[in-house]
Design a binder for this molecule. Structure first.
Ligand code: NAD
Length: 511
């Protein structure tokens, strides 16, 4: 298979190349995964491995940041805060939650099933395939993979061909003493991803674009492979007239521009109440112009480079079309020649007929629109095919909650931005074209487990009241039982009396 070259987005220097695995190598990977799953160590050992990994990441923190920066072009602060901190926080949370969550559960048994016990067992699915994008190559790969591993699955991790961080995770997993082949990195591009999908893993956890998500779901349908899809976004930020202007403008700035706007939950649509719109935009522009670029200023700086050259074309074409239709660019708007740096860009006079307000931009671009009242703000926010995250800003918390409840999104932060993701105890997942299914949350391993429903009865010579033979006498008693249980005149006493008679009738009538 042809090789793929990985390039440093800050310097343009080629770093190394990848060879896509051929059919034989893939067959071996699957065989190893099956073997690793069959020999999966006990939960206590899996938890210990995750905790060792957590400590190892803290020890090698700066070296990991170096690798992430070299392949993504993001600023060191972005790499540290979202990739390292987020991964460590998740390691700690997942390791703490796993024993509670995987323990067998006692479940309520209704009176009609008196004498029996109900249980819920949490079992691994088998082999889980995690496919990750290039914007958070460490976090997006590691957190779902560790969730799947803790649940007892073997995991295949397919990083993006743009930012594979080749060898980094393998070395960390080896040094942390993970069982051999329990988590296998499979490097390659779309073709490798497709081959892995078509092989029929027991679950696909996919993070990436809507277009790829659609293809993966289609391919997965052939083997009825379950999929969790974490796709794109076009997140709105709603700002009411009673906010603290300074804090809210700073929030918009970070929410729109962190990781150079290459985040699925970046603020891409900013709606500001008309009474503060002019002041808000002025302050936003002034602050945006103070931001420093890693490429031209060096570290420390706020804005890194774009990772993918093709993403610059998307930004440029959306901006050109918007300007053609009457939008005004207040700052930024054009890339540095010969570089993957795109300056922070502020756009006004936009409408929802522009691709800039409808399609994912995935770059350091904030487009702002005024609104007149609450109803209009909600309508504008919901006028999108996406439904990932949103934020609502107001000093009136009742209003903020009222608005937040009406937004058709999977995640919403109030008076903050992109913050639901910072709490691993909150689930993360989208609605509409942003995908379905979730990870993390109060039951973080649930998406990676098979829940086995178990009902336990004792051995005896008795039959159940609804087993054969069916007789008129038993039909009548059963009918009375239904009435005593569920009708408006239901009665516990009547139900018990009828239940006992039905039970004795069944034992008399059995074949
Ligand atoms: P992408 O869809 O091009 O690629 C993502 C991964 O899928 C890569 O590893 C790629 O090799 C693989 N892939 C692509 N086509 C495939 C196919 N047909 N079969 C199997 N694998 C395939 O996405 P990207 O450009 O790497 O990432 C950017 C996108 O990811 C944006 O849309 C962004 O919003 C989204 N994203 C979503 C979340 C979320 O949690 N919702 C998080 C980060 C990024």
């Amino acid at each position: 298979m042809p090789g793929l070259t990985v390039t440093n987005p800050l310097t343009g220097a080629p770093l190394y190349s990848l060879d896509e695995p051929g059919p034989e190598a893939l067959a071996q990977i699957w065989a190893q995964a099956r073997q690793a799953q069959a020999q999966m160590p006990a939960l206590r050992e899996r938890v210990a491995a995750v905790t060792r990994l957590q400590h190892l990441i803290t020890e090698r923190q700066e070296a990991i940041v170096d690798r992430i920066v070299a392949e993504t072009g993001k600023s060191r602060f972005d790499a540290l805060s979202s990739e390292i901190f987020g991964s460590l926080d998740a390691c700690e949370y997942l390791a703490r939650q796993a024993p509670k969550q995987l323990a067998d559960e006692k479940v309520h048994t209704p009176l009609a099933l008196l004498g029996k016990k109900s249980r819920l067992w949490h079992e691994p699915l088998g082999t889980v395939l995690v496919i990750a994008p290039w914007n958070y190559p460490f976090y997006q790969l590691l957190v779902p993979a560790l969730s799947a591993f803790l649940a007892g699955n073997a995991v295949l991790l397919k990083p993006s061909e743009l930012t594979p961080l080749k060898g980094l995770l393998e070395e960390l997993l080896r040094a942390a003493g993970f069982p051999a082949q329990a988590l296998q990195l499979v490097y390659g591009g779309k073709a490798t991803g497709q081959a892995l999908v078509e092989a029929g893993p027991d679950l696909i956890f996919f993070t990436g674009s809507v277009a790829s998500g659609q293809k993966i779901m289609q391919a997965a349908a052939h083997k009825l492979t379950p999929v969790i899809l974490e796709l794109g976004g076009k997140d709105p930020m709603l700002v009411f007239e009673d906010v603290n202007l300074e804090r809210t403008v700073n929030g918009a700035l970070w929410g729109g521009l962190t990781t150079a706007g290459q985040s699925c939950t970046s603020v891409e649509r900013l709606y500001v109440h008309q009474n503060i719109y002019a002041a808000f935009v002025d302050l936003l522009q002034a602050k945006m112009q103070q931001l420093r670029s890693v490429a031209t200023h060096g570290e420390p700086a706020e804005i890194g480079n774009m990772t993918a050259p093709f993403q610059l074309q998307t930004i440029e074409s959306q901006l050109a079309e918007a300007v053609q239709a009457g939008a005004r660019i207040l700052c930024g708007g054009a890339r540095e020649p010969g570089s993957l740096y795109f300056p922070p860009t502020l756009v006004v006079d936009v409408t929802h007929s522009m691709a800039l307000m409808r399609e994912e931009t995935f770059g350091p671009v904030l487009a702002v629109m005024p609104f007149a009242d609450e109803a209009e703000a909600i309508a504008l926010a919901n006028d999108s095919s996406y439904g990932l995250s949103a934020s609502v800003w107001s000093a009136d918390l009742q209003r903020a909650e009222r608005v937040a409840r009406q937004l058709r999104v999977g995640n919403v932060s109030i008076n903050n931005v992109m913050l639901t993701e910072a709490n691993p105890a909150l689930p993360f997942g989208g609605r509409k074209a942003s995908g379905f299914g979730s990870y993390k949350g109060p039951r973080p391993l649930e998406s990676f487990c098979s829940r086995k429903a178990v009902l336990i009865d004792s051995q005896s010579g008795k039959i159940e009241a609804n087993w054969y033979p069916y007789t008129t006498a038993r039909y009548q008693l059963f009918s009375q039982l239904v009435q005593s249980l569920f009708s408006a005149r239901h009665s516990l006493l009547k139900m018990l009396r009828t239940g006992l008679r039905l039970e004795s009738q069944a034992q008399k009538e059995k074949f």
